[in-house]
Design a protein around this ligand. Structure first.
Ligand code: SF4
Ligand code: SF4
Ligand code: SF4
Length: 291
């Protein structure tokens, strides 16, 4: 008889010390696994700034910012309006880094930008001395269906609150096709002047703002670096670099010419068309036996 506590069929007495050791080992392995999973999740989250989290004025591009920011919190202390927060361990933003959420607490665009010069590492670029040059993010009208201006109702709250009104955000007057009269006053944001302060998002009268400030990487697309706009190159160099501006010659039938201005193939007025009304006649031309 094994006394009920020994290993089945081993014929040896129970080994409580060994069993406790194996149990401890299993528990430790589980603990390390859960910790590793937690750290892994945190590490993957640590590089992903949530869309609603906007960096302070002058912040370097995200990867450089994360490398330079020592998480000292001096910028947060330097902000007199308590706009900036430091991300906590459970926040989605990398822990200890400063951010703000436009919908609840936008940046008021202080003239002297006190949050920037106190940054000891240059994670917030000290070269930024004019708040109008800040690009914290970019306002985007994300929902044309919810924005009441698109329905023909007068709102203009985002336009009126904007500190760079008339430049960062303008109203585009369009015909109201639904009513057949009146105008639509459509808000349009211009990236060249929008600072990303978020005052427009906070002021939006909707339950969920139709205009939101997004980090640049989400708000903007990026043209392929190899891509060139021909008309810009032409203006820059005073002439086309690719195809010389010269008269092209085509072997066209009499009375037909080609216009590069956009009209394409033109059959001169008054001239008899060399083409038949039936496209098959044109295709068969040259295949018919000589008569
Ligand atoms: S500019 Fe002013 S309000 Fe905006 S984050 Fe800096 S200190 Fe705060
Ligand atoms: S002051 Fe500079 S280094 Fe310190 S938390 Fe702010 S951005 Fe990071
Ligand atoms: S975020 Fe909004 S309020 Fe601020 S500058 Fe841009 S359009 Fe104006």
């Amino acid at each position: 008889m094994n006394g009920g506590s020994g290993e089945k069929g081993s014929g040896h007495p129970a080994q409580p010390g060994r069993r406790r050791f194996l149990g401890d080992l299993a528990r430790t392995a589980c603990g390390v696994g859960v910790l590793g999973l937690g750290l892994g999740l945190h590490a993957s989250r640590a590089n992903a700034l949530p869309a609603a989290a906007i960096r302070p004025p002058g912040a370097l591009p995200e990867a450089e910012f994360l490398a330079a920011c020592t998480r000292c919190g001096l910028c947060v202390r330097g902000c007199p309006y308590d706009v900036l927060k430091l991300a906590g361990l459970l926040d989605e933003a990398p822990a200890g880094t400063p951010y703000f959420v436009a919908r609840t607490e936008p940046c008021v665009m202080c003239e002297d930008i006190p949050c920037v010069p106190v940054c000891p590492t240059g994670a917030l670029d000290h070269a930024l001395t004019d708040i109008h040059e800040a690009r914290m993010g970019l306002a985007v009208v994300v929902d044309h269906e919810a924005c009441i201006a698109f329905q023909g109702l007068r709102c203009e709250v985002c336009f009126n609150i904007c500190p760079v009104r008339g430049k960062a955000i303008t109203l585009d007057l369009q015909h109201n096709a639904r009513s057949g009269k009146h105008a639509l006053f459509i808000p349009v944001v211009h990236s060249a002047d929008c600072t990303g302060c978020g005052l427009c998002e906070k002021a939006c009268i909707l339950e969920e703002a139709a205009i939101k400030v997004l980090p640049m990487r989400l708000a903007k697309g990026e043209l392929g670096h190899h891509y060139r706009l021909g008309w810009e190159q032409k203006a820059e160099h005073g002439g086309s670099l690719v195809t010389p501006d010269q008269q092209h010659r085509y072997n066209l039938p009499e009375g037909v010419r080609y216009e590069h201005g956009g009209r394409g193939l033109i059959i001169d007025e008054g001239a008899e068309s060399p083409y038949s009304d039936n496209p098959l006649d044109t295709l068969n031309r040259g295949l018919e036996p000589d008569r």
